[in-house]
Design a protein around this ligand. Structure first.
Ligand SMILES: O=P(O)(O)OC[C@H]1O[C@H](OP(=O)(O)OP(=O)(O)O)[C@H](O)[C@@H]1O
Ligand SMILES: Nc1ncnc2[nH]cnc12
Length: 237
């Protein structure tokens, strides 16, 4: 880890601690993290940065569990099991915290491009791309005007309806590493289309990440298409 990466990790830990502190006293935060309340006060107020090892523990340990709890508190299911995750995908600050935690705990290699599907994947994709210093690309269900060349991928869904995603051909170069992300993975049909687009571009898959997996059908389907790491922040049954 170079100095810049260490500094980024230390600042991420401060962001995680500040989010946790919003709903807790310092004593409660101390109990949760195992760190002294006085130190936590200095980190949260920005007077001192946590050391690299402490920062890693916060980001990898407490960070992931706390973010998963926060995610679960924000998601609502309707009577038919469909997810309303507006309170998650509309909150760019929350997603900015998820990105480093996802990257560190799931072990994705730094990608060149983060690829997602319009519409709801875009804010998570932007957070992940910004964290990695990568480009963001999103495939759409319609062709963008004035673009001549597209990579397209079509699939007939279980419902019989055909779904096609289009990506401007210039968005991914051959040989680039692509991390595929989305807010939600259920059947895995969308991920399959995105992975197909990345493979058509002759890209290497760096991983697949979703905030929410509903069941394991989607992640299993993705696992058949790539050996790269696949993970979700929370899995709902
Ligand atoms: O694993 P799957 O069964 O494919 O479902 C997941 C996809 O469904 C949702 O998008 P949707 O098609 O509703 O489009 P939207 O983002 O524009 O709402 C979600 O954002 C994922 O892209
Ligand atoms: N909002 C949603 N909830 C559950 N499954 C879905 N598949 C596509 N959109 C979905």
């Amino acid at each position: 880890m170079n100095r810049a990466e260490k500094a980024a990790l230390q600042l991420q830990a401060v962001s995680v601690l500040r989010m946790l502190k919003e709903t807790r006293t310092y004593d409660e935060l101390a109990e949760l993290t195992g760190l002294p309340a006085g130190d936590l006060n200095r980190y949260v107020n920005g007077h001192v940065l946590p050391g690299v090892e402490r920062a890693r523990e916060v980001v990898e340990g407490v960070g992931r569990d706390a973010l998963a709890d926060e995610l679960e508190a924000r998601v609502r299911f309707d009577d038919e099991g469909y997810v309303d995750n507006s309170d998650v995908v509309f909150d760019q600050s929350f997603l900015d915290l998820v990105a480093p935690v996802a990257a560190n705990t799931l072990g994705f290699e730094r990608p060149d491009v983060v690829l997602t599907a319009a519409t709801d994947g875009i804010t998570l994709g932007a957070a992940m791309a910004s964290y990695f210093g990568a480009r963001l690309a999103y495939a759409k269900k319609s062709k963008e005007t004035a673009v001549e060349d597209f990579i397209e991928s079509r699939q007939r869904l279980a419902s019989g309806i055909e779904l096609t995603y289009y990506l401007p051909a210039s968005a991914i170069d051959a040989g680039e590493r692509v991390l595929v992300v989305d807010d939600l993975i259920r059947s895995g049909e969308t991920q399959e289309l995105l992975l197909d687009i990345a493979l058509q571009a002759d890209a290497d898959i760096a991983g697949v990440f979703a905030l929410i997996a509903v069941g394991d059908e989607g992640t299993s389907r993705a696992a058949e298409l790539t050996d790269a790491p696949i993970g979700a922040l929370s899995v709902f049954e």
